[in-house]
Ligand binder design. Structure first.
Ligand code: GLY
Length: 453
């Protein structure tokens, strides 16, 4: 069977429907009613009140695919995006939830059944991690999960990992608990023969990746750091849809799946450049753009326009990152990101009709932002050229680089790139000092304290 992304998504939801789960819609990606979050960073966010016992769910078993954005706060992958092949700003998280109903046994056994009997992933390529315990929180090894897994997979494929990887929290406060992760090894047979996949789990290998996290929510983290037991025990699982597609479509990169290739092909056709040839900077730029247009478009569709504050500023920065990568590495100095919206809508408008409904607004907002930022880039470049002409043989003063960054919105890595093209260096220490001083000033001005939910 050909595992198209559409088929993968449908199969997941059908599987949990057959296990008596109610299939619900993704919540909007932009969060307006939770002071601890700007954007949805996990499928469980919309169910937070059920976990905490603050309200009663209509159904105790639920499943969905949730639009998530990990670009701020506790879960922030922005710097990795595009540079590697398996992190994203916006991604879909396939999940199933139990609110005080089934717990570890069913969650683990069903995940295994779906992966190995329905999707038919090779069992010999799967590794499992369980929570090793944590002294500070006075928590022990999750022996119960380990025992359940031992009934399904050889014990040698189970790892015990610390809280960094195996204790899941949505933010600094809120529902949380130990988790058990499922990892797949997608390397070639030769590579697997040379290095044991187990040693690469949680080591940032692009083809030995976590695909699914099964969280056993049983605590609430209070603002003072204390963990308190929740009234009930719950299940919260999150599977990376794009990573699962990479595994099922036998690809080495999420970007090579049918989720991203239509966008990549469009960037290639607009820019006249190639993807996957020899120029790695060009490839990174194409991945950054294919990734970021999704985050921006879905944010706008969900009501967050680019602006100079808060969530709007995060979106503006993501869009500017895409524009700048196009400008610097693909020679795209005319608006181009807006032209990708059409492709995105054709691919994802079926599952997420909001982007189809908002297509013309999304395209218009992106175009206006692009026009304005391209003007900024041009002004910044001309100031830089003037400076460099007047200060020959000198390095670039960090204060000047900061002025370009702060007053003209000119990204520091672009200043560094322009400097390096002239054989110059930017005084980064001075730049970072100026940045720190500015951060201190704005932190002092905007301290917001969040208390327990
Ligand atoms: N809430 C599960 C996860 O995000 O991994």
């Amino acid at each position: 069977m050909e595992w198209t992304s559409k088929k993968i998504r449908e199969t997941f939801l059908d599987f949990y429907k057959r296990k008596d789960h109610q299939i619900v819609a993704s919540a909007p990606m932009v969060v307006k009613n939770d002071p601890t979050l700007m954007f949805v960073n996990a499928g469980m966010n919309q169910f937070k009140e059920y976990f905490l016992g603050d309200s009663e769910p209509k159904n105790v078993r639920v499943s969905d695919t949730q639009k998530c954005l990990r670009v701020s706060g506790k879960h922030n992958d922005l710097e990795e995006v595009g540079v590697d092949t398996y992190h994203h700003t916006m991604f879909e998280m396939l999940g199933n939830w139990s609110f005080g109903d089934y717990f570890k046994k069913e969650a683990i056994e069903w995940a295994w059944e779906l992966l190995t009997e329905v999707y038919k992933l090779d069992k010999d390529r799967i590794y499992i991690s369980v929570f090793a315990g944590d002294k500070n929180d006075n928590l022990e090894l999750d022996g119960e999960s380990k025992e359940i897994w031992k009934g399904l997979i050889d014990e040698t494929r189970i790892l015990e990992c610390d809280r960094k990887d195996n204790f899941w929290e949505m933010g600094e406060t809120g529902p949380c608990g130990p988790c058990s992760e499922i990892h797949v090894d997608l390397r070639s047979e030769e590579e697997r023969a040379q290095i044991d996949g187990k040693s690469l789990v949680n080591e940032d290998h692009p083809q030995v990746v976590e695909i699914w996290n099964l969280v056993f929510i049983q605590y609430n983290r209070k603002a003072n750091g204390e963990l308190v037991d929740l009234p009930n025990k719950h299940i919260d699982t999150g599977m990376g849809f794009e990573r699962l597609a990479m595994a099922l479509q036998n690809k080495k990169s999420n970007y090579d799946t049918d989720i991203f290739m239509p966008l990549i092909n469009k960037v290639v056709s607009i820019s006249g450049k190639t993807y996957g040839a020899t120029d790695s900077k060009q490839d990174v730029a194409i991945r950054v753009i294919a990734d970021h247009v999704r985050a921006i478009s879905f944010s706008i569709a969900d009501g967050q326009l680019p602006s100079n504050i808060g969530a709007g500023y995060v979106i503006r920065r993501i869009l500017r990152r895409a524009i700048r990568y196009g400008y610097s590495f693909l020679a795209l100095n005319e608006p181009f990101v807006n032209k990708l919206v059409e492709v995105l809508v054709a691919e994802m408008g079926g599952q997420f009709p909001e982007i189809k409904l908002q297509q013309s607004l999304i395209t218009k907002v992106i175009l206006e932002e692009e026009e304005s930022f391209l003007r900024t880039l041009e002004k910044g470049i001309s100031r830089f050229e003037n400076y460099a002409a007047k200060n020959q043989d000198k390095n670039i003063d960090g204060k000047f680089a900061f002025e370009l960054y702060d007053t003209f919105g000119f990204p520091i890595d672009l200043t560094e790139l322009l400097a390096s093209e002239k054989g110059l260096h930017v005084d980064m220490q001075e730049f970072l000092n100026c940045l720190q001083q500015q951060k201190d000033r704005s932190r002092a001005a905007t301290i917001i304290k969040t208390d327990d939910w």
